[in-house]
Every structure is written in structure tokens, then in C-alpha cells.
Ligand binder design. Structure first.
Ligand SMILES: [Zn+2]
Length: 476
């Protein structure tokens, strides 16, 4: 049995090595290497002890200032140092920076990478040139149940898909080295008009035809909220949700087609997740039109995120929500090879408050401690002092966060693939080391010449940010 397992492990790794580009793979964390030797001698047999550990994704939303980037990046340097000091390894920045200042964005991504950060681009779903495109192509507009056209394009229209593919190509080419691409809380278009005004979309010719093909009937007209419980409205809701799932699949498949290395990350609008997993907001989220389970199962979606911002909710509900919501939101995507991250509230807006003292640690425990792969704060320095508690500062918040995530860092990785190359050596070590419980790999090497030996590691779902290097000195 053990032999069969060993053979299977080998096959598994051969498959991984041979499979080339990685597709539909969640980004579960960061892989780290530590070697106990910095220099060794030529011709001397040396036992290398290589420690391989992993960290969860820990990050913030932060977009650098273009002026600072253009004038030496002092603020950037200071921020990266502060983030490192607080155990962060992930930055989500606003894609608008790359659209407006592509050179500066590339510079930022390069510096962040060199400092050991993963960088994701948060996209507000705006397509440059969309206004002109709609003006020139009125047939792409969404249509309500009365036949009125809206100034918004229909996601089922093939002409729109062509336009969007071109836009995405242009956007991504501006920052090709991003690690992740995150559409922020996408929803079925104009959901709020359905929710607030009872206007239902989309009755354009393409949607009507598609609906007819699917349900073998004409798309029924509905009168909301009166018809909310009728079968015909339920069919429209289902149709909208399926259209939205196809749309997200199209967006992410296009991103992967443009650059397969980019991890596709989807932030769900919290109400749609709560409706699926907790059971609240039913009528509202019908209008949001997201089928969370279907979206998680899409091959093109590799990571899911949600921003429930517990700071808004009373303490006992926090626990109720977290205990039902989080495990489902981590176990379920894991089953499909996807990772999940959660956003913590670090900003003040109206009645909505930052997480208070003690709540930050509780939220980290409720996410990383319950199987989520990442925790991210919206927003870096999102407040100076909490309006609810004027003695509570951003520094207090960030220190508590940093201390809380520490517990989940430096976990041993026992099944990495180690690659050693340089100075006449090339070694690939696959599979599990039977006596390796603490992630320490013992490997004998005998360098043949002077120079540098580079050690890298690979583990499915984890990203290595920095390789390890050893100098070889002396001569035979
Ligand atoms: Zn339509």
C-alpha cells in the first residue's frame, strides 16, 4: 500500500512538472526557503539543511501615489517596510493606476516583487471607451420589461464580449506582471434598479432569444414586487444568475488566455454570499443575481474573496455569521481546488466602523483559524482614529492584526519539490521525505566549481517569492 502511495506521489509530481502552465489553481499562500549555509567550498561534500515553510496570504488594499513613484518612491519604500514589519505579503492596488500611469505601475509591481510581496490589481469593472462603444452601437443596450433602453451594455451580447476582450487585453498588457486580477464585487448589471424601482432586465433581442431557447417559452413580463413569488419571476432570476455566471467565466477565461500566470480572484458582494450560506437578504440578493456555488465551481475562477465587514454588525451576530458563513466559504472552494480570502474592515464610513480592539484578533481567528487562506485589510491607513473610540488608532489596529496573523505563519511544508542548480550540480527532489515532519530537507551536494547555487521550491497552490542562494568558493 505504501509503495502504491509512493508511486502515485511520483506520478502526481511528474504530472505537475509536465503540465506546464498552471490553470485553475487557488493561491493558498507563500512558500519560503531557508538554507543554513551561506558559503561552501568546491569539491567538499556538504549536507544542506533546507527549511521550507508557508505563510497564509496577509495583506492590505493600498495604491501608491503616482507622484511619489515618479519622484524616487520614498513613500513606497516606507510603506513596504511598514507592511513587512506587520507580517504582510500581499498588496491589492487599484487598477486605475496601471490604466493611467502604466510605467509607474510596472515600476511599483517590480519593486514590490523584489521586496517579497504578491501584487493583485483590483478592478472596478470600468471599461475604458465603454461610453463611446455604447453610443456607436445602440443595439448592445440593456432593455427593461417595457422596452426602454438603458445606457448600459448587455452582458449576453456577442458584440459586447468582443469589445470587452479587447479592453481586457489592453488593460492587462499595461501591467503584465500582476499576480492576481480582482473584479471588485461584480453583480448582474443594474441590479439596484430591479431592487429599488422594480425595473427588470434584460429584454433585448439576444436575451429574449436565449431565454426562449432555454425554457421553450417567451420571456414573461413581470410586475415587481407583486410577482415576486411567481414561477415566471423565479425563471428570470435563474436566467439572470446563469447569464452572470457565464459572464464571469468569460471575463476570467479571457484573462487566463491573455496571461495564464495571473491568478483570477473574485470578490463576492457579501449579500449574495450571505443569501447562499446564511439565508438573509433573500429578496435583495435575487436582484444581485449571483449564484455563489456555480461561480466557485467555474474552472476559470481560482480564488474567491468576500468582504462582510463585521465591524458593522453587533457582537453576537458576528459570531453567528462567522460560524455559519466562514467554514462553508472555505471548505467548499477547497473541494474544487480554490482558495479563499477575507477582507477586514479598516475604514470608517457613516455608521460603518472599523473593527475595534479585540475584534481584529477575533476576525483573524475566525478566518485563518477556520481554514481561510488569506486575510486582507481594506484599507491601509484607512483611518487615523476610530470615531467610535477616539483613543483607538490605525497603529493599534495594525499592531493587533500583525500579532494575530503571526500564529498562522511559518507552517512547515513537508511535500515540496526542491530544485538545486549551479556549480556543476542539478538536482530535483520530488515527493515526501518520510522523516520530514518539520519541513527540513536534508540534501547532500558536492559542488564542482566556483559560483552560485540557486535553490528553489515548488508546491502546488503556493508561490515562492524568493529563491535561496549559496556561494561556492575555492578550487580543486
Ligand atoms: Zn440582453
Amino acid at each position: 500500500m505504501r509503495r502504491v502511495f509512493f508511486l502515485l506521489s511520483c506520478l502526481f509530481f511528474i504530472f505537475l512538472i509536465g503540465s506546464g502552465e498552471v490553470y485553475a489553481e487557488g493561491l493558498f499562500g507563500i512558500l519560503k526557503l531557508k538554507v543554513d549555509k551561506s558559503t561552501i567550498s568546491v569539491g567538499k561534500e556538504t549536507l544542506l539543511l533546507i527549511k521550507v515553510t508557508r505563510d497564509p496570504i496577509v495583506g492590505v488594499q493600498w495604491t501608491p501615489d503616482p507622484l511619489d513613484l515618479a519622484t524616487g518612491g520614498i513613500q513606497l519604500k516606507r510603506t513596504l517596510e511598514d507592511l513587512k514589519k506587520h507580517n504582510c505579503n500581499y498588496i491589492s492596488f487599484h487598477l486605475a493606476l496601471a490604466i493611467q500611469y502604466p510605467d509607474l505601475a510596472r515600476k511599483f509591481i517590480d519593486i514590490a516583487h523584489r521586496n517579497g510581496f504578491l501584487v493583485s490589481a483590483l478592478w472596478d469593472k470600468k471599461f475604458p471607451g465603454a461610453k463611446k462603444f455604447i453610443e456607436e452601437n445602440p443595439d448592445v443596450c440593456m432593455v427593461d420589461q417595457e422596452g426602454n433602453k438603458e445606457n448600459s451594455f448587455c452582458i449576453n451580447n456577442p458584440k459586447v464580449r468582443k469589445f470587452v476582450e479587447k479592453c481586457l487585453r489592453e488593460i492587462i498588457q499595461k501591467c503584465p506582471d500582476i499576480d492576481g486580477f480582482i473584479p471588485n464585487e461584480p453583480t448582474y448589471p443594474l441590479w439596484n434598479k430591479t431592487y429599488k424601482e422594480g425595473k427588470v432586465y434584460c429584454y433585448c433581442d439576444i436575451c429574449k432569444e436565449k431565454f426562449k431557447e432555454k425554457y421553450k417559452m417567451e420571456m414573461p413580463k413581470v410586475n415587481l414586487p407583486k410577482d415576486r413569488n411567481l414561477e415566471c419571476w423565479k425563471k428570470i432570476v435563474e436566467f439572470r444568475k446563469d447569464s452572470f455566471t457565464e459572464w464571469i467565466d468569460f471575463i476570467f477565461s479571457t484573462v487566463k488566455k491573455i496571461n495564464p500566470k495571473i491568478n483570477t480572484q473574485l470578490i463576492f458582494i457579501p449579500h449574495s454570499v450571505e443569501n447562499t450560506y446564511v439565508g438573509d437578504y433573500v429578496s435583495e440578493s435575487e436582484a444581485y443575481g449571483a449564484n455563489v456555488d456555480d461561480l466557485v465551481k467555474l474552472k476559470s475562477v481560482e480564488n474567491i474573496q468576500a468582504d462582510p465587514y463585521w465591524g458593522n454588525i453587533s457582537a453576537d451576530r458576528v459570531y453567528g455569521l462567522v460560524s455559519r458563513f466562514i467554514p462553508r466559504f472555505s471548505d467548499f472552494p477547497h473541494r474544487y481546488g480554490k482558495s479563499s480570502y477575507f477582507w477586514l474592515q479598516g475604514f470608517e464610513e457613516g455608521k460603518s466602523h472599523v473593527l475595534g480592539p479585540g475584534e481584529v484578533a477575533e476576525a483573524v481567528k475566525a478566518t485563518l483559524g477556520m481554514g481561510c487562506d488569506g486575510v486582507i485589510i481594506w484599507l491601509y491607513k484607512g483611518f487615523e482614529r476610530s470615531s467610535k473610540n477616539p483613543n483607538y488608532t490605525w497603529e493599534d489596529y495594525f499592531d493587533e492584526f500583525s500579532k494575530a496573523v503571526e500564529k498562522y505563519m511559518n507552517r512547515p511544508v513537508v511535500d515540496a519539490l526542491i530544485h538545486i542548480k549551479g556549480c556543476g550540480i542539478e538536482k530535483k527532489l520530488k515527493g515526501k521525505f518520510p522523516d520530514n515532519k518539520d519541513g527540513i530537507y536534508k540534501i547532500k551536494i558536492k559542488p564542482k566549481k566556483e559560483g552560485e547555487i540557486i535553490i528553489t521550491a515548488y508546491r502546488e497552490g503556493l508561490r515562492l517569492l524568493r529563491e535561496a542562494k549559496i556561494k561556492v568558493r575555492g578550487k580543486y
